[in-house]
Design a binder for this molecule. Structure first.
Ligand SMILES: [Zn+2]
Length: 71
């Protein structure tokens, strides 16, 4: 795979609290996870895993190779 989707950006998501699509803010939830928060009410709308940017990314890959089973 030549291309990496290492800049996953969800600029806007539907927020059930606001009842409409709202811009999101990213907040690190852990070393490997970023939470996507509604910029209006700060409800967590989703999260994604950090990939390949750092030691954390390498650990994540190692973990997925251990637990994912597929190369
Ligand atoms: Zn909201």
């Amino acid at each position: 795979m030549g291309r990496q989707f290492n800049e996953f950006k969800a600029a806007e998501l539907h927020c059930p609290q606001c009842g409409s699509v709202q811009p999101v803010r990213e907040r690190p939830a852990s070393a490997l996870t970023i939470e996507l928060l509604c910029s209006r009410c700060a409800t967590v709308l989703g999260q994604h895993t950090v990939m390949d940017h750092s030691l954390g990314g390498k650990l994540a890959r190692l973990a997925s190779s251990l637990f994912g089973g597929r190369k």
